[in-house]
Design a protein around this ligand. Sequence first.
Ligand SMILES: Cc1ncc(COP(=O)(O)O)c(C=O)c1O
Length: 439
Amino acid sequence: MPEQYLIRGAGSEAIASDVEEAISSGALAPGAELPPIRELATQLSVNANTVAAAYRLLRERGAVETAGRRGTRVRDRPATTPRSLRGLAVPPGVRDLSTGNPDPTLLPIATAQLPLPGSPLLYGEPAVSPELAEYAQASLTADGVSAEHLAVTAGALDGIERVLTAGLRPGDRVAVEDPGWANLLDLLAALGFSAEPVRVDDDGPLTADVARALRRGVRAVVVTTRAQNPTGAAVSAARATELRHLLADHGDVLLVEDDHCAGIAGAPLHTLAGTTRHWAFIRSAAKAYGPDLRLALLAGDRRTVDRVHGRLRLGPGWISHLLQDLAVSLWRDKESARLVHKAETVYTRNRELLGAALADRGVTSYGRSGLNVWVPVPDETVAITRLLSAGWAAAPGTRFRIATPPGIRITVSSIDADDIDPLADAVTEAIHAVGRASV
Ligand SMILES: Cc1ncc(COP(=O)(O)O)c(C=O)c1O
């Protein structure tokens, strides 16, 4: 058994800082259990309330989670750890299908010509560049999203954070897909919101689960309209109609729609935007044009968009017009459009080929949109380990799940047709390994 890290500190803030440092240095690993409150209080000769307060601080900062009898544990991806330290360690020679990244060779950003600014932009100018506003209005309106009020944020997650913090208070409940995007779950924990899980099928969030979440008093609902991460679900026309009806009866709920794969989703948009009084539709450029194009369009009702602008003004001010103008030139460029279309075709082909090859082998998988295929497995650790020994790295589902059963996420953006059979064989073997291990 590994030696347990000895937590130090005399006050709640000092104890919390010590745990945070231990998480950052790796002395406390993701999933590590913290000592029970009374035990640590005795060990540090402090009052149990002091330790309880330290654990509360750590929970509020998204560093640990408390799961009833399982006690307090370091979160799988603690909010206090830099993104770069969070990935899987992928041994040399293993194909990494765990990242959720697009194929870099299919990103137009590689060939982009950075437009030189005509004249320097000074303080006091509008936050959204006029060219970008014109383009966004045309493209969002064509997709059925009202773009009368518009902001630009540094990507989807930045937009989601600004909208949630502008509209909610710590402690509020937020309905999220389960399984759902790990960064969003981590963000909610870091902001002190509580996640209300909503299960997902191929057609998006289950209406009955959204209804239950609404009954339980959620203040916001976050929906990934297509390319749901990790399951690849896309809200169908029929599901969108049901959800719109349901949400129309809950006009006070803040609806946040995440369209992070526009251009490469491989599924049409059936938006829910505008059903409630307060809403935001966020379209990130990251997946189709490159994650380094840190930019997302955010359309919404006037109050929500004004609040986002208000908070932006007190932080970065605005998203640089150099970046906004670069995005517009990419969106208008015919060669870029061709590459984005090619990426959508390749990702769709890979998802479909892998899904069919797994089905041939009797393995159920999901993925009707986006970059990922989700495969339910009996045991994630066994499946991931077996896949690694066969030369493939996939992402364990635990990062994405709240209450749903285990699974693994396979990012298909960079595989080709020759990979399908060996990969499907390895996944099938990895699933069946559990049965054999328990004989
Ligand atoms: C569901 C979801 N939304 C948004 C994003 C992209 O967010 P950003 O624009 O912040 O990079 C991702 C990236 O993986 C995602 O999975």
